[in-house]
Design a protein around this ligand. Structure first.
Ligand code: CA
Length: 232
């Protein structure tokens, strides 16, 4: 039998947490529930947890700080952030603190399950790519897919596996215009109608890593009304 994916759910709203717990277990996941940020960090173990669902507003330690701490321990663990606020600042700050994706409350349960499923697929994609040991050049930087490091001049950075999969997709389809929808389907494994700004946020992250001038991209180029074009 396939090993159950183990999800750490950090959520202080008891009613919501119980609904998520029940439904995630119904989907065949193993779930550990933590009621606050401190317990969430105590319960996190990068060797046994496959994915983290993390509420933003939490007692003791908020979701931003929890995500940053987890990210320092593990570059690869997928983090889905739940935010009650609608401000885009929180979403951007959430993504900057290390979350891979976010959902704004209230959300549809089905959408959360789709995202979780997509994020876990990406994790297994990373495991496969780990054995490929691919390195490649983007502009002046060298990317090593075996450990997801980027070396640019004297800097060494690490990609999350979601960033890595997006980059990999661009590389495989270089010189062709790729629509946001195509990226959502093939990189995020989402077929539902969701906010395509997620894609834009991630392209902005790649630009920050690789572009000499992120505001004037030469590698990850926007094509108005059509999508993106990657030019190594
Ligand atoms: Ca909360």
């Amino acid at each position: 039998m396939k090993k159950k994916s183990h999800i750490l759910l950090v959520e202080d709203e008891e009613n919501l947490a119980r609904v998520l717990l029940f439904n995630l277990e119904e989907e065949g996941y193993r779930v550990t529930w933590a009621r606050d940020g401190r317990t969430g960090l105590e319960s996190f173990d990068g060797r046994t947890i496959d994915l983290v669902i993390l509420d933003l507003m939490l007692p003791y330690i908020d979701g931003f700080a929890v995500a940053e701490t987890i990210r320092r321990q593990s570059a690869q663990i997928p983090i889905l952030m739940l935010t009650a606020r609608t401000g885009s600042d929180d979403r951007i700050r959430g993504l900057e603190s290390g979350a891979d994706d976010y959902l704004t409350k209230p959300f549809h349960l089905k959408e959360l399950l789709l995202r979780v499923n997509g994020m876990l697929k990406r994790k297994s994609w990373y495991r496969q790519s780990e054995t490929l040991k691919v390195t490649l050049k983007v502009g002046k930087c060298r990317v090593d897919f075996s450990d997801l490091t980027i070396r640019c001049d004297k800097r060494t950075l690490r990609l999350t596996h979601q960033e890595a999969e997006l980059l990999h997709y661009f590389v495989e389809h270089k010189g062709r215009i790729i629509s946001r929808r195509e990226l959502l389907e093939n990189v995020w494994h989402l077929h539902a109608q969701i906010d395509t700004r997620t894609v834009d946020n991630f392209v902005a992250r790649l630009r920050k890593y690789f572009e000499p001038q992120p505001s004037r991209p030469i590698h990850f180029i926007s094509v108005r009304g059509a999508g993106y074009l990657y030019n190594p």
